[in-house]
Ligand binder design. Structure first.
Ligand code: ZN
Length: 478
């Protein structure tokens, strides 16, 4: 899902849009993102979905969800986008890459609170590339930034040339202004933003194909397959959300994506920075206050990943889950604002409302200064599901009872796998999972038994559902 700069709300909504053929470039630039409505709530799903019940992906900004979508420069109708005339303050300017010449890596700066609070100066010095998460300046909940490329993706060195640091810093300043001094708790090392570079194992064409809606595999999203591969190489710290600037494409043109617990549990929020795609437009936009639209849009996705906007919010959108419906300028409106986005305009939906029974990001420990009454994202973190031996299959079958927790099966293999539910009568196929993606068995009852097998039915492991959500990593086995 995405934020403000954006285009459509849900995929179905996108399809229904009637758009005028021509619009201003600036306006078009601002229309990038959209989020699909979330699937049924995890806790209320009575049974494990079957293979062809493809849940609607939660947080996805559809740039081009279907062939009927408008071209990149198209603009939603006035009825779809309430403020057709950008105000003077909405002026945007192109953002160039930092032009500073690379210099030798600088010595590690001393760790100071001030430095940690301002990870990105206006023109950060080029830094040395890091391929692993560096030691953390602080132990709390935090957002770790990554620059991720497919195996054949063009390396623009956005992690080391200061571009990502500048973008994130601009969004932090925007957030501080909007929230009287709150900011994301960003992972820093030596007082500077710690950005990890990851080169994926798969080429762009393979990864982008995960957005295809065909087939029976659930969550066919670039966001999900990136999450699974990043988890497989260790990016699953229990106190970290990963914000990914991704230099690859998607065959539906999505530019942003995030999780949305409890409906969709996950730990990454992505912004697509590949040049030559529709995402190039938002990438080059800067709001009138100097904040980078793409970084603010990424914050929208991070907010989703932290659980916003909860369904209990008074203005939770009935058209697009996870969003508000009351103000088109709001950061969490389904379509991006053309003017500088605002955080929970009326302070009644997701930030600072103070209501104890509804998620309030002002209480999130992922923000600094850390609140005294920290409230974690729903279902955070998913515990690690422990595998059992395949020899237990004959006796493992159980229908389960009691509270529903659920299991997420991460297929960290280069081959398809199958997910079966085990009952006293035997195996029942619940999902066929493509390589490097996940199967979300929502609402699996405590004690229910699950078997994962390769494409030929050969057992890889057995898992038993617990009363809380668990996450099973399935590796090996060809
Ligand atoms: Zn969204």
């Amino acid at each position: 899902m995405h934020t403000g700069v954006g285009r459509a709300v849900s995929h179905s909504f996108v399809r229904g849009l009637k758009l005028p053929a021509a619009v201003s470039l600036v306006a078009a630039n601002l229309l990038l993102a959209a989020c699909a409505p979330p699937p049924a709530d995890l806790q209320s799903t009575p049974k494990a979905p079957v293979a062809n019940e493809t849940p609607v992906p939660v947080s996805t900004i559809a740039q081009t969800a279907t062939p009927t979508l408008p071209p990149p420069t198209a603009f939603p109708s006035p009825t779809a986008l309430p403020s057709p005339t950008p105000s003077p303050s909405a002026a945007t300017t192109a953002v160039g890459s930092p032009t500073r010449a690379p210099v030798a890596p600088t010595a590690t700066a001393p760790v100071t609170p001030a430095a940690a609070q301002a990870p990105a100066s206006p023109t950060p010095a080029p830094t040395q590339r890091q391929t692993a998460d560096q030691p953390d300046d602080q132990d709390g909940y935090q957002v770790h930034f990554l620059y991720v490329l497919p195996s054949d993706g063009r390396d623009e060195e956005l992690d080391t040339n200061g571009w990502i640091a500048t973008a994130v810093g601009s969004a932090q300043k925007w957030l501080e202004k909007e929230t009287a001094g709150r900011r994301l708790s960003v992972d820093t090392f030596g007082g500077e933003i710690d950005i990890t570079f990851v080169r994926l194992s798969r080429p762009d064409a393979v990864v982008s194909a995960y957005d295809s809606r065909s087939g029976t595999t659930r969550e066919p999203l670039v966001r999900v397959t990136l999450e699974v591969e990043l988890r497989s190489i260790g990016f699953e710290h229990p106190r970290k959300v990963y914000a990914v600037y991704y230099g690859g494409g998607s065959d539906t043109g999505e530019c942003f994506g995030g999780s949305y617990p409890p409906s969709r549990v996950g730990n990454i929020a992505i912004a697509n920075v590949k040049l030559g795609t529709r995402c190039e437009e938002p990438r080059k936009l800067v709001y009138a206050d100097g904040s980078y639209a793409i970084a603010v849009a990424n914050f929208h996705e991070i907010f989703h990943t932290l659980g916003a906007v909860a369904r209990c919010a008074p203005h939770h959108s009935t058209e697009s889950g996870g969003h508000v419906s009351d103000d088109p300028q709001d950061l969490m409106f389904p379509r991006s604002s053309r003017t500088v986005p605002r955080v929970d305009v009326a302070r009644d939906d997701y930030f600072g409302h103070g209501k104890p029974a509804c998620l309030d990001l002002a209480r999130s420990p992922f923000l600094l200064p850390a609140p005294p009454d920290a409230e974690l994202p729903p279902l955070w973190p998913a515990a690690v599901a422990r595998p059992r031996a395949c020899e237990e299959e004959p006796t493992a079958g159980a229908t389960g009872s009691g509270p529903r927790g659920g299991i997420i099966f991460d297929n960290m293999r280069a081959a398809t796998m199958q997910v079966f539910q085990l009952t006293p009568e035997g195996r029942t196929l619940r999902d066929t999972v493509r390589p490097w993606t996940a199967s979300y068995q929502q609402g699996a009852q405590t004690g229910s038994a699950w078997l994962v097998a390769d494409a030929n039915g050969k057992c890889l492991a057995i898992f038993v559902s617990e009363s809380t959500l668990t996450r099973a990593s399935v590796r090996g086995g060809g």
